[in-house]
Design a protein around this ligand. Structure first.
Ligand SMILES: NC(=O)c1ccc[n+]([C@@H]2O[C@H](COP(=O)([O-])OP(=O)(O)OC[C@H]3O[C@@H](n4cnc5c(N)ncnc54)[C@H](OP(=O)(O)O)[C@@H]3O)[C@@H](O)[C@H]2O)c1
Length: 270
């Protein structure tokens, strides 16, 4: 049974910019009611007002805070009779630079936002998802959750954790009729690279081309509606992932040999 946006209830984290914002707009356009979460909820209020989006409930807060996660559940219980059809774990942060020279805080923060918070939010919302129609948990991962690269060790670790956890959960929840859709974009031109933590502004990185957040959101919406298990976006992303599956030692060698600095950080693959 496909997932239908019309009259459904969704939670999207990281809805104030980039992929989360575009996906929230697309869901609302198709008649879905979206609880849109971000720390900068005023931005969500601005674009919902300026573009006349009904059906979007902005919810301000940091998803690493357990009270904020409880607030999300309360809104579902109060406004939607405790029923949820879609959870999109999209909020994420990154950092670039050698592991040895980074602060322990970079590892801790990235794992908190990209892995522990979505995992705990999912645990909290599972009872509501069990009451949903053809429910889907969509986890926005990365091609770097399939093949790790140098200088993004913390980010790769967080996305590998999300990938492994998603595969496990998919098998556990199959009997409940809940699908886990793992979406893995490669470089996306969003605000992501403006908020890298503990990162030298001159830090340089690599890119395999880039997509717009709208294009990523379109493909994500399609994957949710089809209740796909996994989608790897972009030709560059697919090449990285499938080449690694075919010949991991070759990929290890290539990545170790490539010069570390090839392009500005703003066009880095994440
Ligand atoms: N950009 C890329 O190249 C790329 C590639 C592959 C995968 N991804 C993944 O795609 C997802 C979306 O990224 P994006 O490219 O759209 O970047 P973005 O424009 O920076 O969006 C990130 C969103 O996450 C929210 N966020 C960050 N920390 C949060 C927290 N602690 N609590 C609540 N919300 C938080 C931000 O909102 P506030 O600051 O208002 O809280 C923002 O809305 C991320 O998971 C990222 O890892 C990105």
């Amino acid at each position: 049974m496909p997932w239908k946006a019309k009259d459904s209830v969704a939670v999207v984290t990281g809805a104030s910019s980039g992929i989360g914002k575009c996906l929230t707009q697309q869901l609302a356009d198709h008649g879905c009611h979206v609880i849109a979460v971000a720390r900068r909820a005023e931005r969500i209020k601005q674009w919902t007002a300026s573009r006349g989006f009904g059906g979007v409930t902005p919810l301000a807060g940091d998803i690493t805070n357990s009270e904020v996660r409880s607030n999300i559940r309360s809104v579902i219980e109060t406004d939607h009779k405790g029923k949820l059809d879609l959870l999109v774990n999209n909020a994420g942060i990154g950092g670039i630079g050698r592991f040895a020279e980074a602060s322990p805080d970079r590892l801790r923060q990235i794992m908190e936002v990209n892995f522990f918070a979505p995992a705990e939010l999912t645990r909290l919302l599972l009872p509501s998802l069990r009451r949903g129609s053809a429910p889907v948990i969509c986890n926005i991962c990365s091609v770097l959750g399939h093949r790790a690269v140098p200088d993004k060790s913390e980010y790769c670790a967080s996305k590998f954790a999300m990938h492994g956890w998603s595969d496990s959960l998919r098998a556990e929840l199959a009997a409940d009729g809940i699908q886990i859709t793992l979406v893995s974009p490669s470089t996306t031109k969003s605000e992501f690279f403006d908020s890298l933590i503990d990162t030298d502004p001159n830090q340089q990185s690599r890119s395999l081309g880039h997509w717009s957040p709208q294009k990523v959101a379109n493909r994500t919406f399609d994957a949710i509606c089809r209740r796909r298990s996994e989608v790897i976006l972009s030709l560059g992303g697919k090449t990285l992932v499938y080449l690694d599956r075919l010949a991991p030692p070759l990929m290890n060698k290539l990545l170790a040999q490539r010069p570390v600095k090839t392009a500005p950080a703003k066009s880095s693959d994440h």
